[in-house]
Design a protein around this ligand. Structure first.
Ligand SMILES: Nc1ccn([C@@H]2O[C@H](COP(=O)(O)OP(=O)(O)OP(=O)(O)O)[C@@H](O)[C@H]2O)c(=O)n1
Ligand SMILES: C[C@](O)(CO)[C@H](O)COP(=O)(O)O
Length: 219
C-alpha cells in the first residue's frame, strides 16, 4: 500500500517570536525540520515525503539542505493562509489509493514506534490520531468562575494523523471553518469517527522558546 506524509511548516511562528522561522532553528546542531524529515525516513525508506513551506522560505530551505548535506528525498508544496490551507496544498500532490499522514514540521521528537502504530492502524481504521493522557488537573471556565473537570474525559492530541487518502481528500474539499484546528476535526465534520492511538510524551510541538529548551534536553 502506498504511503505518504505531508509535513506542514507553513506557519508564521508568532508565539516563538524569533527572526529565523522556528522550523529552521537549530536543535542539536541542525534545523528542527531536518530532525522531523529524518524520523519519517527512518520509519520507511519508500515513504513519499511532502514538505509544505511558505514560498518565500523555499530557496532558504534548499540552501540549508546543501549546507548540511541533507539527503532525505522530498517534494515541496507551498504554504497557505492557515494550517488547513497548507495541508490542502500538500494533499494536492498525493494520489489515491493509499495512506497519508499529516505531521507538524515542528514536532521533531515523534517516535518511529508512534509513526508505525498510526500507519498500521489506519489500514483498518481509516482515520487514526496519536494522543496522550492529561497529567495535570483540568479546570473548565464558567460564567461565574471555574470548576474542576475529570481529566480522564480528555486526551491531548498529537500528530502524525493518518488517513485513507480518498477520505482525507473528501474531507479537505469541505469549506474551511476556524473550528478545524487539526486534520481529525476536518474528517469528523463529515461524521466519520477517528480512532485514538497511543502517542509519545516527547512528541512536543515546538511553539515557544521554552519548548526549544525542552527539545534540546530531549536530544
Ligand atoms: N498557515 C499555516 C499555519 C501553520 N502551519 C503549520 O502547522 C504546524 C502547527 O502550527 P503552529 O505550531 O501553531 O505554528 P505557527 O502557526 O507557525 O505558530 P504561531 O501560531 O505561533 O504563529 C506548524 O508546523 C506550522 O508550520 C502551516 O503549515 N501553515
Ligand atoms: C495539529 C495539532 O498539533 C494537534 O495538537 C494542533 O492542533 C496544531 O495547532 P496550532 O493552532 O496550529 O498550534
Amino acid at each position: 500500500m502506498k504511503k505518504s506524509v505531508i509535513i506542514v511548516a507553513g506557519g508564521k511562528g508568532l508565539r516563538m517570536g524569533s527572526e529565523l522561522p522556528k522550523q529552521f532553528l537549530p536543535v542539536g546542531g541542525k534545523p528542527v525540520l531536518m530532525h522531523t524529515l529524518e524520523v519519517f525516513r527512518k520509519y520507511d525508506a519508500t515513504l513519499q515525503i511532502i514538505l509544505v513551506l511558505p514560498k518565500e522560505q523555499q530557496d532558504f530551505w534548499k540552501q540549508l539542505c546543501k549546507e548540511h548535506g541533507f539527503a532525505v528525498e522530498h517534494l515541496i508544496a507551498s504554504g497557505g493562509e492557515t494550517r488547513f490551507h497548507s495541508v490542502k496544498n500538500g494533499l494536492a500532490l498525493v494520489q489515491a489509493p493509499g495512506l497519508v499522514g499529516v505531521h507538524d514540521g515542528v514536532r521533531p521528537f515523534v517516535s518511529v514506534d508512534v509513526i508505525s502504530r498510526c500507519y498500521d492502524l489506519a489500514k483498518e481504521q481509516k482515520a487514526v490520531i496519536p494522543v496522550i493522557d492529561v497529567v495535570e488537573t483540568l479546570r473548565h471556565l464558567t460564567d461565574g468562575g471555574s470548576e474542576t473537570v475529570s481529566r480522564n474525559d480528555y486526551k491531548l492530541v498529537q500528530t502524525p494523523q493518518v488517513f485513507d487518502v480518498e477520505l482525507l481528500k473528501r474531507a479537505y474539499a469541505q469549506e474551511f471553518t476556524p473550528f478545524f484546528t487539526d486534520d481529525a476535526s476536518v474528517v469528523e465534520a463529515m461524521g466519520v469517527p477517528v480512532y485514538l492511538a497511543e502517542g509519545n510524551r516527547e512528541n512536543i510541538k515546538i511553539t515557544t522558546p521554552f519548548d526549544l529548551k525542552v527539545g534540546s534536553a530531549l536530544l
